[in-house]
Ligand binder design. Structure first.
Ligand SMILES: [Zn+2]
Length: 257
């Protein structure tokens, strides 16, 4: 057993006993960890708000081998998730980020790129940026880092280039767009308008750095993109993410800046 130090985002907190919690965190150096926070539920606990959902902390933890829980020994708050104070869509978007980090990653499998993306996403939600665009960018780039990005340039079945068309078929099983020839006979195909594919390409483009401005995506395209991602994420995870029913709120015109 070794004491380890890293930065971590809290993605799930479960009460364990009258005084303790099990905290799941997505860390920069160790990927997802599940750690016991002893005494965390006591008043004046040493952890205080460091184990609130989506808080980023510098943590010390005892890394246990095998299947047993790690032990959180110290957590110092670096950044709280403040969007929750002012906007319900931004709050739900944050919860969805936590849910995806928990469901898409395995314990002890580090992804520094995904950690930095998650951190950037939380900052953008705090900054009250358009939550629909921020979340779609998070989903697509998270899938990219995990090797699950849908094919957006070529047919996901035969590899031929797919040219612009009013509507483009997207295969859930083949994992991306389809040419008209391959569409026939494919199950689980949805059809989206061309601007949705263009928007997705822009969101995963290499020059969209962590500090760069996000592309302007209209409310209509964001709405369609949301529907596509709801289906695709459910397909990939084998279950519908719990936050999906709340994400419709992200694409209402009133919340888009
Ligand atoms: Zn094809």
């Amino acid at each position: 057993m070794a004491i380890e130090k890293t930065d971590a985002i809290v993605i799930r907190v479960v009460e364990f006993s009258e005084s303790s919690c099990v905290v799941t965190m997505f860390t920069r150096d160790f990927g997802k960890i599940a750690a016991m926070a002893k005494g965390a539920r006591r008043p004046k606990s040493a952890f205080e708000s460091a184990i609130d959902l989506l808080t980023t902390s510098r943590i010390l933890f005892l890394h246990k081998s095998s299947d047993s829980l790690d032990l959180l020994t110290e957590a110092k708050v670096q950044r709280r998730f403040r969007a929750s104070d002012s906007s319900l869509p931004h709050l739900y978007a944050g919860y969805y980020v936590a849910e995806l980090l928990a469901s898409l990653t395995d314990l002890g499998d580090p992804h520094t790129d995904l950690y930095d993306l998650a951190q950037d996403t939380i900052c953008r939600l705090d900054d009250m940026q358009n939550p629909a665009t921020v979340i779609a960018r998070f989903e697509l780039n998270a899938l990219r880092f995990l090797g699950l990005l849908p094919t957006l340039d070529h047919c996901s079945s035969c590899g031929l280039k797919v040219s612009e068309n009013r509507r483009i078929p997207f295969g859930q099983i083949t994992g991306g767009i389809l040419c008209q020839g391959c569409r026939r006979g494919q199950a689980q195909v949805v059809s989206v308008t061309w601007p949705v594919i263009v928007g997705m390409r822009q969101l995963v483009a290499a020059d969209v750095g962590l500090s760069a401005d996000l592309p302007e995506i209209s409310t209509t395209v964001n709405g369609e993109l949301r529907g596509l991602m709801n289906n695709y994420m459910s397909h990939l995870l084998g279950k519908r993410p719990r936050m999906i029913p709340f994400l419709g709120m992200l694409v209402q015109p009133s919340v888009c800046s």
